[in-house]
Design a protein around this ligand. Structure first.
Ligand SMILES: Cc1cc2nc3c(=O)[nH]c(=O)nc-3n(C[C@H](O)[C@H](O)[C@H](O)COP(=O)(O)O)c2cc1C
Length: 194
């Protein structure tokens, strides 16, 4: 259907600050992206991982091109997606760069193995997904990276880590299932309430 609206030039009016405030309402699962080989490794905490397609298994992640992980991802063309458990906030903080840790120092205090791609994979997360880069779309400050899943490991843990309203939030399938049954809506247990 053709309408006059389609022909009207729409100028973006949302400021970055307003957009950032709106996006704080979106709950994101917390992952650590890992890149590199052997001692030449780094990684970053992200909430932008999403499934792209189930068959073939592919995912996307949005990565800041100023981050220290970006050159390693381009060089080695592979990465790990490590989905964190509710009690891995310390790992999320190590990999968000706020504590000043860089490169390989972010990996201490947890157990890692090398995936078939060569990228480090976390032992003891909810899942560790080994990917090779399929395609990269660079836009503005970031790049959307499409990853083809090579291999993955899952744990039996039922408690995941989300980020919402600027805070880490634990979501436990067993504990929150009770409230879920009561109200038919997912609920989260905020870490600052524990
Ligand atoms: C909860 C959370 C989610 C984040 N999500 C993303 C993301 O999706 N993409 C991104 O580029 N940076 C994201 N960041 C920021 C990166 O973790 C941070 O900029 C990066 O680790 C800094 O890396 P560098 O010190 O290696 O440059 C997120 C940070 C936090 C705390």
């Amino acid at each position: 259907m053709t309408t006059a609206v389609q022909d009207t030039a729409i100028e973006p009016s949302a400021s970055p600050a307003k957009f950032r405030a709106a996006m704080r309402h979106l709950t994101g699962g917390v992952c650590v992206i890992t890149v590199g080989r052997e001692l030449d490794i780094s990684g970053m905490t992200v909430t932008s991982v999403a499934s792209l397609a189930i068959d073939p298994p592919t995912l996307i992640v949005s990565i800041n091109r100023q981050s220290s992980s970006w050159p390693l991802l381009q060089r080695y063309r592979s990465f790990g997606v490590n989905i964190l458990t509710a009690d891995q906030v310390d790992i999320a903080e190590r990999f968000s760069g706020g504590n000043g840790l860089q490169g390989i120092d972010r990996f201490s205090g947890a157990e890692w193995v090398s995936g078939v791609s060569g990228a480090p994979l976390l032992v003891g997360g909810l899942a560790a997904i080994d990917c090779k880069v399929d395609e990269i779309v660079e836009r503005h400050s970031h790049a959307v990276v499409i990853g083809r899943v090579l291999n993955l490991q899952q744990s039996a843990c039922k408690a995941g880590l989300a980020y919402w309203q600027g805070r880490y939030v634990a979501i436990d399938r067993d504990e929150d299932a009770v409230r879920l049954a009561e109200v038919s809506l997912p609920t989260a247990r905020a870490l600052w309430e524990i």
